[in-house]
Design a protein around this ligand. Structure first.
Ligand SMILES: C[S@@+](CC[C@H](N)C(=O)[O-])C[C@H]1O[C@@H](n2cnc3c(N)ncnc32)[C@H](O)[C@@H]1O
Length: 259
């Protein structure tokens, strides 16, 4: 059994929050990144490289949203994609990432503190925008995933509008997510002004993770049909076995899955 001191010590060094709504709190992320060196949400680049590698050219300018302490930017860099700007809302994440990249031979990667709901970039500045698990954060307190709270929808639409705006006319948005297509596609297609097409891929042994590739300027005429699309998902026990502890808690909060 743990002593009181051990329990206290664990509380002070644990980065897992007591409730999932903490993921919406910028202070939570800041405290976490002050303690944590590296955590890869969903999976690392090697697990989905085969799906996204062909979508990004080596001369493309890439914006990574919500980099945290992930090694995604280093993975892309290793593949010759060197013009990367990684942003995060958390100053602690930005500071750590800058330190990590410094001296590592990653000239070309810029790290900036910025809010995805108010991106500080000119219109049409990037060929590619990529995020992994960052949009999912907006859903941790969204209520019924079939009918998310208006505040959640407002934030998600604001993020998507920002992304759409900073993408070049033929740019690509890559979203790597726990969120299933029947919940995400209506949002991706939720504005007439969004000119992108939406393609879905999955990765992970039990199809746990989704990659959405949104190509600007290529909206398909039948995009409304996607609203009724459903795909088979594995049973919750199967998911629980395969997802690591915190990813499981996060995913449960993102989709409020029913057992
Ligand atoms: C679930 S983590 C994902 C981190 C990283 N992308 C990964 O795959 O490991 C979400 C990240 O989004 C950041 N974040 C949350 N809200 C944000 C916002 N409004 N703008 C930019 N970053 C944000 C957090 O600080 C955190 O680093």
């Amino acid at each position: 059994m743990m002593s009181n001191e051990d329990e206290e010590e664990e509380k002070n060094t644990s980065v897992t929050p007591e409730t999932a709504s903490a993921y919406l709190d910028p202070n939570y992320w800041n405290k976490r990144f002050a303690l944590e060196e590296h955590y890869e949400w969903l999976k690392d680049y090697s697990h989905f490289r085969h799906i996204i590698r062909n979508q990004i050219g080596v001369t493309d300018t890439v914006l990574e949203i919500g980099c945290g302490n992930s090694r995604l930017c280093e993975g892309l860099y290793g593949d010759g994609i060197t013009q990367i700007t990684s942003i995060d809302l958390s100053p602690a994440a930005v500071e750590r990432m800058e330190m990590r990249l410094l001296g590592g031979g990653f000239e070309g990667i810029k790290v900036l503190g910025a809010d995805m709901l108010n991106l500080p970039f000119d219109k049409e500045s990037f060929d590619v925008v990529i995020e992994k698990g960052t949009m999912d954060v907006l859903f941790v307190d969204s209520g019924d995933p079939w009918n998310p709270k208006p505040e959640t929808v407002d934030k998600v639409m604001s993020m998507l509008e920002n992304v759409h705006e900073v993408l070049k006319p033929n740019g690509v948005f890559i979203s790597i997510s726990f969120g299933q297509p029947h919940f995400r596609r209506p949002l991706f297609e939720g504005r007439r002004s969004f000119t992108w097409s939406v393609e879905t891929n999955t990765f992970g042994d039990g199809f746990h993770y989704f990659i959405y590739t949104l190509k600007k300027g290529k909206r398909s005429p039948n995009s409304e049909q996607c609203k009724s699309e459903k795909i088979e998902t594995p049973s919750i026990c199967y998911l629980q076995d395969e997802l690591e502890g915190e990813d499981y808690i996060f995913r449960m909060a993102v989709e409020e899955l029913q057992i």
